[in-house]
Write a protein that binds this ligand. Structure first.
Ligand SMILES: Nc1ncnc2c1ncn2[C@@H]1O[C@H](COP(=O)(O)OP(=O)(O)OP(=O)(O)O)[C@@H](O)[C@H]1O
Length: 307
C-alpha cells in the first residue's frame, strides 16, 4: 500500500489547473485605505496605496507579502471592515466599498472569511453543531434543514458527525480550522477571504488543510483570496499571485511565472527566503539572497546620500 503524499511540497506539484478565464467576481481598482492618526487629522496613515487586483469565479488568487505590507487590510476592506479613502471594490458588478448597508449585507453572505487563528475564531462555549447551524438559522434556514446541512458540512471538511456535540477545545488546531472552513462554507459563498489560514498549524497539518482548500474549490467552484506570507503555500493553492510591498502590489501574474522568474527585487528576496527540501538548492538561494540584500543595501545607501 502506498501512503498518499501531501501535494504541498515547496517547488513541487502544480496548483489547481489553469486559471479559469471569466469576468472578475471581485475587481479592486485603485484602492486607497487610510487610518486616522491621533493628533494628525490631516495626515492619516495610508496603508494601501492605489491597489488593483481581481479574482475570477472559481479562482484562487494568492496575496503574499511581508508582515505589515497591508495584506490583511485589503482582505478587511473587501469585507467592509477597513476605511476606504478612494477607489472601488466591485463584487459581481456592484461597488461594495460604497454600497448601502442593505446591499452590502446581501452581498456579504456571499463573501466569507477564514481567519488565521483557529483557537480564537470559534466561540469556545458553543458546540460545533451550533457554530455551524448559526449562520444558517440566522439566514432563515429551518432548524431541521440546518441540522442536515450541518452534517453535510462536516462531511465536506472530513470531520466525523460525532463532532456535532463537542466544544472547540476538544479538537486539535487542524480540526478547529476544518470547523472554521465548514462555517465559512455554510452559506455557499462565492468568495472566501482566507487570511493566513494555515500559518498557525504545524507543517504536516498545513499540508492536509491546504489540500482540503484545493479539494473544496475543485468541487464547489468557490473563489479564494488567499492571504499568506509564505510563497510555498501560494505556489500550492493559487492560480495567480499578487505580491504586496509597503501597501502596493509590486508584482502580479500567473503563479508559475511569478514564483519561477520573479521580476521585482522584493519577490526575488521572498522567493530566495522560502524553505526548500534540497540543501544544495537552499544554500544556492541563501547566497543569492545575500547578494540581493547587499545590492539593496547599496541602493538604499546611495538614495540616502542623494537625499
Ligand atoms: N486599525 C488600524 N489602525 C491603524 N493602523 C492599522 C490598523 N490596522 C492595520 N494597521 C496598520 O496597517 C499596516 C498593514 O497592516 P496589515 O495587518 O494589513 O499587514 P499584513 O501584511 O496583513 O501583516 P501581517 O502579515 O503581520 O498580518 C500595519 O502597519 C498596521 O500597523
Amino acid at each position: 500500500m502506498t501512503t498518499p503524499q501531501p501535494t504541498y511540497l515547496p517547488g513541487g506539484g502544480s496548483p489547481v489547473g489553469g486559471a479559469p478565464a471569466a469576468a472578475p467576481l471581485l475587481d479592486v481598482r485603485d484602492l486607497v485605505v487610510e487610518y486616522p492618526r491621533p493628533g494628525h487629522r490631516k495626515d492619516p496613515f495610508r496603508v494601501l496605496k492605489s491597489v488593483s487586483l481581481d479574482v475570477r469565479p472559481g479562482e484562487c488568487v494568492g496575496l503574499v507579502g511581508e508582515s505589515g505590507s497591508g495584506k490583511t487590510t485589503l482582505g478587511r476592506a473587501v469585507l467592509g471592515l477597513a476605511p476606504v479613502a478612494s477607489g472601488t471594490i466591485d463584487y459581481r458588478g456592484t461597488d461594495i466599498a460604497h454600497a448601502d448597508r442593505h446591499t452590502r449585507r446581501k452581498m456579504g453572505s456571499e463573501i466569507q472569511v477564514v481567519f488565521q487563528d483557529p483557537y480564537t475564531s470559534l466561540n469556545p462555549s458553543m458546540t460545533v453543531g451550533d457554530i455551524l447551524a448559526e449562520p444558517l438559522t440566522a439566514n432563515g434556514v429551518s432548524r431541521s434543514e440546518a441540522r442536515s446541512r450541518v452534517r453535510d458540512l462536516l462531511d465536506q471538511v472530513r470531520l466525523p458527525s460525532d463532532a456535532l456535540g463537542r466544544l472547540p477545545r476538544e479538537f486539535s488546531g487542524g480540526q478547529r480550522q476544518r470547523v472554521a472552513i465548514a462555517r465559512a462554507l455554510a452559506l455557499e459563498p462565492r468568495l472566501i477571504i482566507c487570511d493566513e489560514p494555515v500559518s498557525a498549524l504545524d507543517l504536516s497539518t498545513q499540508a492536509r488543510v491546504l489540500d482540503l482548500f484545493v479539494e473544496i474549490q475543485e468541487r464547489t467552484g468557490v473563489a479564494y483570496l488567499f492571504i499568506t506570507h509564505d510563497l510555498t503555500v501560494v505556489r500550492h493553492v493559487s492560480h495567480r499571485v499578487a505580491v504586496m510591498y509597503h501597501g502596493e502590489i509590486v508584482e502580479w501574474g500567473e503563479t508559475d511565472a511569478v514564483t519561477r522568474t520573479p521580476e521585482h527585487p522584493y519577490t526575488q528576496r521572498l522567493w530566495m527566503a522560502a524553505p526548500v527540501p534540497d540543501p544544495d538548492e537552499q544554500m544556492r538561494r541563501r547566497a543569492e539572497r545575500q547578494r540581493l540584500l547587499a545590492i539593496q543595501a547599496e541602493q538604499d545607501e546611495q538614495a540616502g546620500a542623494v537625499a
